[in-house]
Design a protein around this ligand. Structure first.
Ligand SMILES: C[S@@+](CC[C@H](N)C(=O)[O-])C[C@H]1O[C@@H](n2cnc3c(N)ncnc32)[C@H](O)[C@@H]1O
Length: 349
């Protein structure tokens, strides 16, 4: 494995992407728009600009998932650190700005416990910036190695499975923060996700455990206030998906002024869905030559008020989380909560 980006002597990023991401996104946009309940891929939200917008939004006072998780990690970072074996691999999925991981790595510094930290994300600029910042904080700790992985979760599964007979051995602790496990379409999908990572580790002869955080808040008013789509920070983050879709397609299929972000909390399934809703009847062209109203056959009709789902954030109960883990072949060994009891970190074995 040779690094694609060498940031300095002891900081490298490996590009583990397997397929042309833009090609993939393009076909996902088109099939999503053509489906009965139209969708756009949530990956569109996470380009370099999207990362910066999300990081800004996550700092707003009412966005309790960020503040509660920081509280849990500050209080219990050492206990969580104890779950990770000495000289083991700590692999963080969707690391973003890496604001939270510092509490866990700090416990390694205090105890002078060696760890190999790998941070995975899809945004190359974001990953570079976050790792440079993290390296500065842990510059004085030679026993904490820091490596970046540029790619998607799917790329990471393939990368993990290929670690057999490499210098990475022993165990992998997969850290998945920010309630990202619940950014999928269903609880079954979340189970399948855990299972795929578990199987990849098995293939590589690595013991696998997860440390996962989930937003278990069942108070609707608190949830809806945190994700208020009228708040400029969140609005801009969701609308950035429109610009990212145009970039992925390579032509201006969408105009910002035609779309309005909104949300719906499915109280039964405990999923908060985010949509981009058409402000007028539209024809979304599926090829560049149709941008100016060319062939209507090669365009998707979207009616005024019709919603296109872009991302979902599950607010699943503890009981639901137990089911998700057990269906994936994991059991919950420990859990740590914030003071309100609305946010939880789980260790799963
Ligand atoms: C909700 S943010 C969480 C960021 C950070 N872990 C935190 O807790 O603040 C989700 C992160 O996952 C990354 N992400 C989303 N989908 C991904 C995918 N399919 N593969 C890899 N990373 C992904 C995003 O780029 C983003 O940084």
């Amino acid at each position: 494995m040779s690094p694609s980006i060498v940031l300095d002597d002891d900081l490298q990023i490996f590009d583990i992407r397997q397929s042309g991401e833009s090609l993939d996104l393009k076909s996902k946009i088109i099939t999503g728009l053509q489906s009965l309940a139209p969708t756009l891929p949530s990956l569109l939200l996470w380009n370099d600009r999207g990362q910066r917008l999300f990081d800004r939004f996550s700092q707003t006072p009412s966005y309790y998932p960020f503040h509660s998780e920081i509280e849990v990690l500050n209080r219990h970072g050492s206990n969580i650190g104890e779950c990770i074996p000495t000289s083991g691999v700590l692999l963080e999925l969707g690391c973003g700005a890496i604001r939270k991981t510092k509490s866990i790595l700090s416990s390694f510094r205090r105890e002078q416990k060696p760890v190999h930290y790998f941070a995975l994300d899809v945004s190359s600029q974001g990953l570079e910036a976050s790792l440079i910042e993290l390296r500065k904080v842990f510059r004085d700790c030679p026993f904490i190695t820091i490596t970046g992985l540029l790619g998607t979760y799917d790329d990471c599964v393939a990368w993990l499975a290929g670690l057999k007979n490499t210098s990475v051995n022993g165990s992998v602790t997969i850290l998945w923060l920010g309630n990202s496990i619940a950014n999928v379409n269903s609880q079954d999908e979340a189970s399948a996700f855990l299972e795929r990572f578990g199987t990849a580790c098995q293939r590589a002869d690595l013991a696998c455990r997860f440390v996962v955080s989930t937003d278990i808040c069942q108070k609707n008013h608190k949830v809806l206030e945190a994700y208020d789509v009228e708040r400029p920070e969140y609005r801009e983050f969701l609308l950035n998906g429109i610009e990212a879709a145009n970039l992925a397609l390579g032509y201006a299929a969408f105009s910002l002024e035609d779309w309005q972000p909104n949300s719906w909390l499915d109280e039964l399934e405990r999923n908060l869905h985010f949509y981009l809703t058409a402000r007028r009847d539209l024809l979304v062209p599926l090829a560049p030559e149709n941008v100016d109203g060319g062939n209507a056959m090669n365009a998707v009709k979207v009616f005024k008020g019709q919603r296109v789902r872009i991302v979902t954030s599950g607010k699943w109960s503890e009981e639901a989380m137990r089911g998700i883990c057990s269906r994936a072949g994991f059991h919950i060994r420990q859990q740590w909560k914030d003071e309100t009891g609305d946010y939880c970190e789980y260790e799963k074995l």
